[in-house]
Design a protein around this ligand. Structure first.
Ligand code: DGL
Length: 259
């Protein structure tokens, strides 16, 4: 049985990429909801509808577990789909707690989509761990559009970041929490805009380790070949050109892992 990984678009490839490293003997289905991306500026009801359809598709394919590799979808729709199905459905949440614990009094910035930034869930989490008021929460929806357009570096990105972050004294920050899976593609640009030595915190490793634990506990680990079937809003991806684009994205993510 395969593992289903789902995102609004190419963001969740960061989780698939990590899963192929940590669990190379599993087979995967990756579902990008390209008809409806971006989720981060939609209503709760719309997002719940999209996630419901994607999860239903993956369940129909007989997957043994699903990872919602999207912070926006997790914060709005994970509880709903978990209440409908019995298979494990894992989500993603910005890793605020470990970042604050390691910040040594310096500031921490969480960047995410407007929906995630507005959600009560994330605000409550920050309130719980941020005694010293060190955490800032910033919505950067433009990065999702850049990623989906295949623009990952260059002046346009740096200018966008500098403009959106102009109210913050960036030299005070020690950690940047990537609270949207699409944001992993831009680490080289963050390095140019934030002070040297800024650490990046993203949820992929934690989520995949948790997936491994769940599969181990339920005796669901397999010895397969690490194959991936890709779907765009339910349509299979098989054209060479599209597959090459996906393999280019994996190559970029490889590079980003080293930053
Ligand atoms: N990749 C998604 C996340 O992690 C959201 C991107 C979107 O706006 O669709 O939040």
């Amino acid at each position: 049985m395969k593992i289903g990984i789902f995102d609004s678009g190419i963001g969740g490839l960061t989780v698939l990429h990590q899963a192929l490293i940590t669990l190379p003997k599993e087979d995967y289905i990756y579902y990008a909801d390209t008809d409806n991306v971006p989720y981060g500026i939609k209503t709760r009801e719309e997002i719940i509808g999209y996630v419901d359809r994607a999860v239903d598709f993956l369940v129909g394919k007989g997957v043994k577990a699903i990872v919602i590799a999207c912070n926006t979808a997790t914060s709005t729709a994970a509880d709903y789909v978990r209440s409908k199905y019995t298979l494990p459905i894992l989500g993603m949440e910005p890793a605020v707690k470990p970042a604050v614990a390691k910040s040594h009094g310096k500031r921490v910035m969480v960047i995410a989509t407007p929906v995630t930034v507005r959600e009560e869930k994330l605000r409550a989490l920050i309130e719980q761990v941020d005694d010293e008021h060190l955490v800032d929460l910033v919505a950067l929806p433009g990065l999702v559009s850049f990623a989906e357009a295949g623009i990952f570096e260059g002046n346009e990105i740096e200018q966008y970041l500098r403009h959106e972050l102009s109210d913050y004294h960036l030299a005070n920050y020690s950690a940047l929490i990537l609270g949207c899976t699409h944001f992993n593609y831009f680490k080289d640009s963050y390095c140019k805009v934030f002070p040297k030595g800024i650490s990046f915190i993203d949820g992929s490793v934690g989520t995949v380790n948790y997936l491994k634990r769940i599969l181990t506990e339920r005796n669901l680990l397999e010895n397969n070949h690490g194959t991936v079937e890709y779907y765009m809003s339910g349509r299979p991806v098989y054209r060479d050109e599209e597959l090459q684009k996906l393999s280019g994205l994996h190559m970029r993510l490889d590079k980003m892992l080293k930053l």
